[in-house]
Design a protein around this ligand. Sequence first.
Ligand SMILES: [Zn+2]
Length: 114
Amino acid sequence: MQISKKEQADIRDKLLAEKTEFNKRVTTIHQNAKNPLDADSAEQAAQIGNVAVVSALESEAVTELAHIDAALQRLESGNYGTCVSCGERISIGRLLARPASTECVDCAELDSPG
Ligand SMILES: [Zn+2]
């Protein structure tokens, strides 16, 4: 099953919207990271705990951005929508729900047990 031009356009829009969203998130994280720690020691402890959470969120956002860019490149090159593991077409429903997907539902389930 080929992806129609309309679906490709929808997917590109979604990817670009997600990209904007994740870029905003990274910017916000960076701005928060620049704020000096509060003088109160209990606050400090809480903030240091937040730093670990924030850096996890940041690396998650950066990873998502890489996936989104890769998906946009696949759209350009015409390779979009093919499972990287088994080479089968990824269903359009899955692509519309998760446009940065690189694997079909079956392979994605194999990769993430539980
Ligand atoms: Zn697959």
